[in-house]
Ligand binder design. Structure first.
Ligand code: A3P
Length: 345
């Protein structure tokens, strides 16, 4: 009798367990594909949208299945043809700025079902040997996508490299350009920290930031120091404006992308004429990392690599003040050009 009851109890538990696991699995795929299973429509009344009324779906299964195989080089030509996949030249590029949050921006935009990212920095336009390989080489570096998805790549060196604007213009004069910036002094220190870490990895010593950023002879800001020059955004942007009108750029606030990413991503969706699909669900704050991380669905999530979000060395406050004073007039000019102001000191 007791044995029979135990068997019955086990059977009940088994059925209940299966139901619970089944529901969880259903939710996992459902929640993750909610956005992706809806037709993607262009925002009404927005001109210049090149998205058709419905684009093919990029479901979670598809992304993790065939696209994964494609990346590993395992998919057959037949599979590629069947799924109507192509390698497109990018319709949008994150041109910089180095240490502005370019990786976070790319990864976050890739949450959108209509966006497909090139995972690696391609360095086609800033690297002469790569550029000499030609546009088909560049295309070959792009991910497979559906024809109506937007391909995007990021190579932060583009922003400060002299030859790049003209080269990009020659490829596509109506391309959309994304530039993510941070408060210039913080960006310069972040840039320094990256180089310092590289030196330390090789057991090499390196100068202190203060020594590089301030000219010891004049006690003025050392404009020959690359980390300083890169933060003079207006100087670089002016070179781009010889080729592209300002409307073709969208400037992302990299400081806000750290503290409150969703509104910044929504502005980019608007700029790219994409329907809003990235939601608060896709972004969660990870207290251990101290940054927002990405949530694809209730099962899959990821934070950026540890090389993003390094601890900066302490910098002499008088040097910080001097740098902020130095950047101030350039920042004012930058605000004027882009028609947006930031809370930079
Ligand atoms: P720090 O390492 O100075 O903190 P890039 O990808 O262009 O190299 O930029 C790196 C910067 O992205 C990091 O600089 C970090 O502050 C910023 N960032 C923005 N959002 C982030 C996120 N969600 N996770 C990690 N880093 C992020």
């Amino acid at each position: 009798m007791l044995f029979k009851q135990q068997v019955l109890l086990r059977q009940k538990l088994f059925v209940l367990g299966s139901l619970a696991i089944g529901s969880l699995l259903y939710l996992a795929t459902r929640v993750g594909s909610l956005d992706r299973s809806q037709p993607i429509c262009p925002i009404e009344g927005q001109s210049g949208s090149h998205l058709p009324e419905q684009i093919p779906l990029r479901t979670l299964q598809f992304k993790r299945g065939l696209l994964h195989e494609l990346r590993k080089g395992n998919a057959t030509t037949e599979q590629i043809r069947l799924h109507n996949l192509v390698q497109q030249l990018p319709q949008a590029i994150i041109i910089g700025v180095r240490k502005g949050g370019t990786r976070a921006l790319l990864e976050m935009l890739n949450l959108h079902p209509a966006m497909v990212k090139a995972s690696q920095e391609v360095h086609f336009f800033d690297n002469d040997p790569n550029y000499a390989k030609g546009i088909e080489w560049y295309r070959g570096k792009m991910p497979f996508s559906h024809p109506h998805q937007i391909t995007i790549e990021k190579s932060p060196a583009y922003f400060i490299t002299e030859e790049v604007p003209e080269r990009i213009f020659k490829m596509n004069s109506s391309i959309k350009l994304l530039l993510i910036v941070r408060e210039p002094t913080t960006r310069a220190i972040s840039d320094y920290t990256q180089v310092l870490e590289g030196k330390e990895r090789k057991n090499k010593t390196y100068y202190k930031f203060e020594k590089l950023a301030i000219d010891p002879n004049t006690c003025e800001v050392n404009t020959k120091y690359k980390a300083v020059r890169t933060s003079i955004y207006t100087k670089h942007l002016e070179k781009w404006l010889k080729y592209f009108p300002v409307e073709q750029f969208h400037i992302v606030d990299g400081d806000r992308l750290i503290t409150d990413p969703l509104p910044e991503l929504q502005l980019v969706e608007q700029f790219l004429n994409l329907p809003p699909r990235i939601s608060q669900f896709n972004l969660y704050f990870n207290a251990t990392r101290g940054f927002y991380c990405l949530r694809f669905n209730i099962v899959f999530n990821k934070c950026l690599a540890g090389s993003k979000g390094r601890i900066h060395p302490d910098v002499d406050p008088s040097v910080v003040t001097k740098l902020r004073k130095f950047f101030h007039p350039f920042n004012q000019k930058f605000y004027q050009i882009i028609g947006r102001t930031f809370n930079w000191p």
